[in-house]
Design a protein around this ligand. Structure first.
Ligand code: HXC
Length: 514
């Protein structure tokens, strides 16, 4: 008996790390092993593994002699801050964390389990992609993971951290998840530098092709960038603190101790008198929502929009804002994608959406038009119209044209729209508008510049203010900026139990612009 028991204890150790020598290499790179990552994430002693002794059954290419307990992935259930999660972590020390049939089956089973019990899934990824030696069995494994990612989408939150290389098939499961966190030591791409060189002749490094910087700033694949494994874990825990465990729950209330009815006089001075002067919308966010509660998502990508989670009187909400400090807050292809995806996520998981509007319009030009800004911009309209959660909108300054409609307007189903006295709501800005409506007068005038200025002032006074829209009921109330927090909080309390009552014809699903 003693032998059997000690054999188990020995085998159990082997399931924690397949190759201790390779693990040493990871540590030298400043990384944790897969097991250490799981331990860092979960509450102490809470981990209940699945498929601990699973091994592959592949033959050929020397696979008979390359076997590891767990098949290169640790998976199971545990708790984070007392709340249940499903977690898996790929062990790079066994065949580079590559995904074979059995490795994949563990992840697929975990995803199924997570949906059945309604808990978020956290992936801690580091993988060379499909295990080449296992051929089509490996591809089948990936397909089964992807299918379950899609089935879990909108049912339980899915978060993936990229903690090292993630190549080939290793990128798609993260891309099907809700949030991707990348460390500065990680990279992800479909084809690596060697193939890129051979096929298109480009010289690239792992980092310049698919490093965290690239994916956080340019491709938009990464939602968060962190320094290392431990910071990734801290970020995931913070993110989880806002999220409901599944789509049948509300996001968790947390008493922040910040008076929801507090007025902030400094808010009255945030928007400059000069309508073209920039300001940082993050200052508005910081002052309106509970102190220190804003967790920005996609902070470095498409920066003319700002999105993220915050709390209002302790209730988690999604914040969507234009950013006048960047490209004057214009919407473009990337910011349209950023906003629409976030709104869709928030709607799926019962977050009220608070939209802060200061938008001059969509960015003009061939780059945008040829890149499909029409279909990308349409995604914002689609996402807001589709969303049935409480929708509250604050028009702070500019709200022009299609961008006015798109940014959570009354016409797309906002429950409350309020405006600051500085709001300008119109089909277009004064300068563009007078060129169209007074073109003939300006052509004939001896002093066109002077006249244009007068027309612009007249237009601004008569049209570009909140009261025309308020007279129609498109704006429910005009409030002082300092009153915004209390107004939103009071409105939110009434809307928390909102059940969408619009007649929505039955359909399998809509066909959103992509
Ligand atoms: C089998 C793999 C592997 C893979 C890595 N390894 N990737 N084994 N299948 N896909 C093994 C290596 O042979 C090595 O084994 C060990 O893992 C560690 O890898 P290293 O190369 O030493 O590590 P590193 O230098 O850090 O480089 C990491 C890497 C590189 C950049 C990920 O390993 C790499 O380029 N791998 C191949 C990536 C790739 O082309 N994947 C696409 C597969 S096709 P030893 O025995 O030497 O320790 C695919 C398509 C699926 O994924 C499509 C589904 C939609």
């Amino acid at each position: 008996m003693g032998d059997r028991f000690s054999q188990l204890l020995e085998l159990r150790k082997k399931t924690e790390v397949a190759d201790p020598a390779a693990a040493q290499k990871l540590r030298e790179q400043g990384k944790l092993t897969a097991w250490e990552r799981v331990e860092a994430l979960l509450d102490k002693g809470s981990f209940v593994p699945i498929g601990r002794f699973v091994r592959h059954r592949a033959t050929g290419f020397g696979m008979e002699s390359r076997v590891a307990y767990g098949d290169g992935v640790i998976a199971g259930l545990g708790t984070v801050d007392g709340r249940r999660v499903a977690v898996y972590a790929q062990d790079f020390t066994f065949m580079g964390g590559s995904v074979g049939e059995m490795h994949a089956s563990k992840i697929a089973r975990l995803l199924e389990l997570a949906v059945k019990i309604g808990v978020p899934v956290v992936g801690l990824n580091e993988s060379g992609g499909a295990r080449i030696q296992e051929g089509v069995d490996s591809l089948k494994g990936y397909g089964e993971i992807f299918y379950r990612n899609v089935m879990a989408s909108g049912v339980v939150p899915q978060i993936v951290a990229i903690l090292g290389p993630c190549a080939g098939g290793a990128v798609y499961s993260p891309a099907l998840a809700d949030f991707i966190v990348m460390t500065r030591k990680s990279y992800m791409y479909i084809t690596g530098p060697k193939v890129v060189k051979a096929s298109v002749g480009e010289d690239v490094t792992h980092e310049s092709l698919g490093g965290a910087e690239v994916h956080a700033t340019r491709s938009g694949v990464a939602h968060f960038v962190v320094e290392d494994d431990l910071e990734a874990v801290r970020l995931i825990k913070r993110l989880l603190s806002y999220l409901p465990s599944n789509n049948a729950e509300d996001p968790p209330f947390l008493d922040t101790g910040d008076d929801p009815l507090r007025e902030d006089p400094a808010l009255d001075g945030v928007v400059p008198e000069d309508p073209v002067k920039p300001y940082d919308v993050r200052e508005v966010i910081a002052r309106v929502f509970d102190r220190g509660s804003f967790l920005e998502v996609h902070a470095l990508f498409a920066q003319s929009a700002v999105v993220g989670f915050a709390r209002l009187g302790g209730y988690p909400v999604c914040v969507v804002a234009n950013q006048p400090a960047y490209m004057a807050g214009c919407l473009d292809i990337d910011s349209s994608d950023k906003i629409s995806r976030f709104v869709t996520f928030c709607d799926a998981f019962n977050f009220p959406i608070v939209t802060l509007v200061d938008v001059p319009g969509f960015l003009p030009g061939t780059v945008q038009e040829h890149g499909g800004v029409i279909r990308h911009g349409a995604k914002i309209i689609y996402a807001y119209s589709d969303a049935t959660v409480p929708k509250l909108t604050v028009i702070m300054r500019k709200a022009y044209g299609g961008a006015y409609i798109a940014m959570g307007s009354k016409h797309l189903g906002a429950d409350y729209v309020i405006a600051w006295p500085t709001a300008e709501i119109a089909v277009m800005g004064p300068e563009g508008a007078i060129e169209v409506i007074y073109r003939r007068e300006l052509e004939k005038a001896p002093n066109p510049e002077e006249l244009a200025k007068q027309f612009a002032e007249k237009y601004r006074a008569e049209v570009a203010n909140p009261y025309v829209a308020a007279a129609r009921g498109y704006v429910d109330d005009v409030v002082l900026p300092r009153e915004t927090r209390a107004y939103l909080y009071r409105a939110l309390l009434h809307l928390l139990d909102k059940r969408e009552k619009h007649p929505r014809p039955p359909r399998k699903h809509g066909v959103p612009p992509v």
